[in-house]
Structures are given as C-alpha cells and as structure tokens.
Design a binder for this molecule. Structure first.
Ligand SMILES: Nc1ncnc2c1ncn2[C@@H]1O[C@H](COP(=O)(O)OP(=O)(O)O)[C@@H](O)[C@H]1O
Ligand SMILES: [Mg+2]
Length: 339
C-alpha cells in the first residue's frame, strides 16, 4: 500500500481510540516520520508571541538544525501553509482559530518525494482529531460537574422531604392527638384550639409544597406579589403568552430563588424583573443593584444549582452575571413548550 495512505489510515484509527490532544500531535508526527522514513521531527505550539517545543520524535541531543527549524515553523504557523526550504519542511496543523501547532523536520534523508496534498491531509486529520478530543474533554468535565450538582440537588430534596415528614408527624400529629385527648375529657375549647393550630400547619406545609401564589394569581400576579413582598421599589415588565404549566412553574421557581438571593445576599435598593415571550421562547431576567459577587469563585449553593438544573431540564439556558460592587443579573431562556 502507498505509505501515505497507510499513514492516514493509522492516524484516523488512532483518533477513534484516544480522545487526547497531546497523543494526537505525537501520533501524527510519528506517522509522518514513518511514512517518509525520516529519522526525526519536532512539534511546536504557539506560546505568547513565539513558539514552544511540544514534542520531539527520534531526535537525540542538540539538533544542529534546531534554530532554522524553529524559524521556519514560526513562519508556517503565521502563514498557515506548508513551507519548505531546501533543507527543511514545516507543516501547520489547522485549528478552529488558525493553526494550533506545526510539525517540522529535515528533508535530508527523505525516501519519497514530498507531497503537499498529503501533508495537508495528514495535518487536517490531526487537527480534526484535536478538535474532537478537546470537545470530548469539555463534555466530560461538564458531565462530571452536572453529576455532582445533581447529586447535591437530590440530597437537598431528600432533606426537604424528611423535614416535611417530621413536620407532619411531630407537629400535625401532636396537635391532633392533643385535640383527641381534649375531646375525650370534655375540653371542647382546647380541642378547637389544637385543631386550628393543626390547620395552620397543614396550610404551611402545603404552601411549601406548591407555589400557591402561582395557582391563585397566575404567573404575573405571583411575581408581582413576590416583588411587593420584598418591600423594595421594583419594576416589573411582563409580556406573557400562553405557557406550558411546567414552564410557568420553572420560571416562577427560578425567579423566586433569584429574588430571594438578591434580597438575602445583595441587599439592593431596587429590583427589576422582566419576563417576556419572544417567538417560541420565554425570556426572564432579574436585575438587582446590590453588592454582587464573583460567580467564578463563589461556590454555587443549592439555590443556584437548582435554578440551573430546572432550566436545563426543560432545554433552556441560564446565565448569571455579577461583579462585586456592580449588582447581579440573572437571565434565562426557556422554550414555551416543555419537551
Ligand atoms: N443576587 C446576589 N447578590 C449577591 N450575592 C449572590 C446573589 N445571588 C447569589 N449570590 C452568592 O451566591 C451564593 C450561592 O447562592 P445560592 O446557590 O442561592 O445559595 P444560598 O442562597 O443558599 O447561599 C450565595 O451564598 C451568595 O454568596
Ligand atoms: Mg439562595
């Protein structure tokens, strides 16, 4: 088989089995050297204004050609095309934003005639391999993070169920037992009092379980009630359209947490809430002019995690922009129809 095809096939095969950018660079260089039966070659990557040597294959000790090789590699990286001198060759590896690396080698003992089309094809395969590997790594990190957050959310939900169970058992149960006892011993007024307290517990627990305001007032009314309850001056811009009840619920819960956070952590002087239908999306935004925080360094708590999870589960996106001293803006976009 033509050694060039063999080289391409080997690199493509290796790409399928290893999502690792460094392995891709070295494997591609090795295939190139094997193909032309070259003794040695180098991989450079851009670093600041210059180049850094990323890997060597087959080079022993100091290469006398090192300096001219480096210079040619730098030019190939800038120009984004294969360059050659009578003694040297440099092949840039394409990346999403311009060349990401350069292969460089001496032509000295070249067994085959050099062929730019092949060099470019090999470099493209390596470039695609690296794109793919980087994407894969980003996905893996994201998946791991998501798994971690989801576990925390589940723990919190579990804790909430335990708390509600305890409240039903200890509080409600105790008042009903006391009421029963009072009835048995003819203390009717005591019994009535116990039952009233029990009813208050039932109302409290059921409010905790579903946003009553949403059911009674609708989304816009519930948001207005939420803002009014903050005691701060606020602006509410709502341009709503018919929404899936699940989407409504998520929008409300997310804004409820955002408002709570703004008040509890930001201590703002005013709140601005916007919720509008735009095409097939529902766009929400809460701004506060409070003390802000650095989302990159502040570990998210259950509140922020829950917001993001809820939105992403419906196929939406959520972003939080904040800076210490510059207030906070929470924005999300949800599809109007839940999946
Ligand atoms: N609007 C806000 N203004 C200032 N800090 C905020 C705001 N929202 C969130 N934060 C910061 O982010 C952290 C995480 O928020 P969250 O996940 O809701 O957890 P919790 O509210 O239980 O602390 C908060 O402890 C706070 O430091
Ligand atoms: Mg919170």
């Amino acid at each position: 088989m033509d050694p060039r095809f063999r080289a391409l096939r080997e690199v493509a095969r290796a790409a399928a089995s290893s999502p690792n950018p460094q392995a891709a660079l070295v494997r591609g260089l090795r295939a190139l050297l094997d193909c032309y039966r070259l003794p040695c070659g180098e991989v450079f990557v851009p670093q600041g204004p210059g180049l850094a040597l990323r890997a060597l294959e087959g080079c022993e000790g100091n290469c006398p050609l090192h300096d001219p090789i480096r210079a040619l590699a730098a030019r190939a990286l800038n120009e984004g095309r294969v360059l050659r001198t009578p003694a040297l060759v440099a092949v840039p590896i394409p990346g999403e934003r311009g060349p990401r690396a350069v292969y460089a080698f001496a032509r000295r003992d070249l067994a085959e005639p050099l062929d730019d089309a092949f060099l470019e094809a090999l470099a493209s395969v390596v470039g695609l391999w690296i794109d793919h590997a980087e994407l894969y790594q980003r996905l893996e990190t994201r998946e791991a993070e998501r798994g971690r957050l989801l576990r925390r959310l589940l723990l919190v939900q579990e804790e909430e169920r335990r708390r509600i169970g305890r409240e039903l058992h200890d509080d409600l149960g105790a008042h009903l037992t006391a009421a029963l006892l009072a009835l048995k011993t003819g203390r009717e007024e005591d019994a009535r009092e116990q039952i009233r307290t029990a009813m208050a517990t039932v109302r409290r627990v059921s409010r905790a379980l579903r946003p009553q305001a949403l059911e009674e007032l609708g989304l816009e009314g519930a948001l207005r009630a939420l803002l009014a309850a903050s005691g701060l001056p606020y602006r509410l811009e709502a341009r709503l359209c018919p929404l899936d009840p699940l989407v409504e619920m998520v929008a409300f819960r997310v804004l409820q947490e955002a408002v709570t956070n703004a008040i509890r952590h930001g201590h703002p002087t005013r709140l601005e809430l916007r919720l509008v239908c735009q095409g097939e999306r529902l766009l929400g935004e809460l701004r506060d002019d409070g003390r802000g925080f650095d989302p990159a360094t502040t570990p998210p708590g259950v509140g922020l995690v829950g917001m993001r999870e809820r939105v992403e589960q419906l196929g939406g996106e959520l972003s939080i922009e904040s800076r210490p001293g510059a207030g906070t803006r929470v924005r999300f976009s949800l599809p109007r129809e839940a999946p």
